[in-house]
Ligand binder design. Structure first.
Ligand SMILES: [Zn+2]
Length: 77
């Protein structure tokens, strides 16, 4: 049985051509910058490092809440 994952559409790569961050057009990615690639349908969205940090910590919070729901230690009253 395959282990399913929620984070199948996420990668890190390097910017090949300068472009704007997809979360904020004021964030400019330069050639060689590390960026977060997120699957969006058939294509990918690309985010700068600072937006990537925000997105990741927000999602970790969401996952922590979900994890708590399924933890045997969670009391259901
Ligand atoms: Zn950004």
């Amino acid at each position: 049985m395959a282990l399913k994952s929620l984070v199948i559409g996420v990668r890190i790569d390097e910017t090949l051509k300068a472009h704007n961050c997809q979360a904020n057009a004021k964030h400019r990615l330069q050639h060689g910058d590390r960026r977060l690639k997120v699957r969006n349908g058939r294509s990918w969205d690309h985010y700068c490092g600072s937006c990537a940090a925000t997105i990741l910590s927000r999602d970790i919070e969401k996952l922590t809440v979900l994890q708590r729901e399924f933890s045997p230690a969670t009391k259901r009253t």
